[in-house]
Write a protein that binds this ligand. Sequence first.
Ligand SMILES: [Zn+2]
Ligand SMILES: [Zn+2]
Length: 374
Amino acid sequence: MHFLLPFLLFLLQLPSAFPARTFPQPSILNFNDTTTSSVVAAAFNSSSTPWGNFAKFANLEKGSHVTGICDLKTYLNRFGYLPAPAPGNFSDDFDSDLESAILTYQKNLGLPPTGKLDTETIDLIMAPRCGLGDSHLRHNTTTITHLHETRRYAYFNGRPRWTHNSPMTLTYAFSPDHMIDYISPEEIKAVFSRAFTRWSEVIPVNFTEAQNYRTADVRIGFHSGDHGDGEPFDGELGVLAHAFSPENGRLHLDSAETWAVDFGRERSNVAIDLESVATHEIGHVLGLAHSSVSDAIMYPSLRPRSRKVDLRVDDVEGIQALYGSNPNFNYGSLLESDRETSNSGAGGGYRKGFGFSTWWLWTIVLSLAQLIYF
Ligand SMILES: [Zn+2]
Ligand SMILES: [Zn+2]
């Protein structure tokens, strides 16, 4: 039995002996994976990106005075966490108002509520995100406790939704003048077709592509900078996209992003998965606001080179409360997939893949080695 001891000791050390980051698989990296964060950190922490210089505020707390923290206050004001200064500009003081805004941000986005700019908080603040604010989370959040988990989806004020006759069909079209040229129109259409289908699978609403952009219900386009709707885009990273609540139908993507339909083909460190963003923005078009559940499609942030396209229980409960359920929808399989992801921990499919396949691979290799040796 003496030979089993080193073998077992070796197995116990596996997670640290073979950390997940030695097996990079960018196309399935999970948004919540801290490894993903560190891999792309150098790319989007650069001061050339909209919120890249916020890194210098890490670990600050109330009472600090740091030049430039007024820009962080402007960010928190933009996304609904801090009222506009009156009169004049924001100061560079880390005051009580800033502390309470950070606390609300942390609670809304599922972070530990410390009121400080801890590393986790500043990292999420700097991450690319949707242009819509989160202010509705403070007064319009619906919380449902179900199977010991808390769901936190939300709506726009007044709970607007599309009111077409049942069975409801919404048309969508792409702007003839505002597209990108490095992904083919066919691929972009296929991405949006899949994204619309994910929502139509759970609610009794159909989506069909129309040729007439002006008369379509949902109007999709890639825009840059100030594009006339009062919500200018900000260049690479920062704000990725935005959409308007029902029954407006505008869905705009920032043309300055490096959009990707395949991370194998698009190698950029700042590539953004088009399908993940399309699925999120369609949720807004239908009437969902942001969710505080980090796995949900309606969570506001999405890191570069991450992909999140499957609706979660939180998304489904939210949208079905607005439109009812598609009669063909099977809740059981969704709950099962949600539970599997929850059980796999923060790393999602990435770490789950390491834990299972790599474990067995090394077990087999080491068993063979033992047989050969003895
Ligand atoms: Zn959003
Ligand atoms: Zn716009």
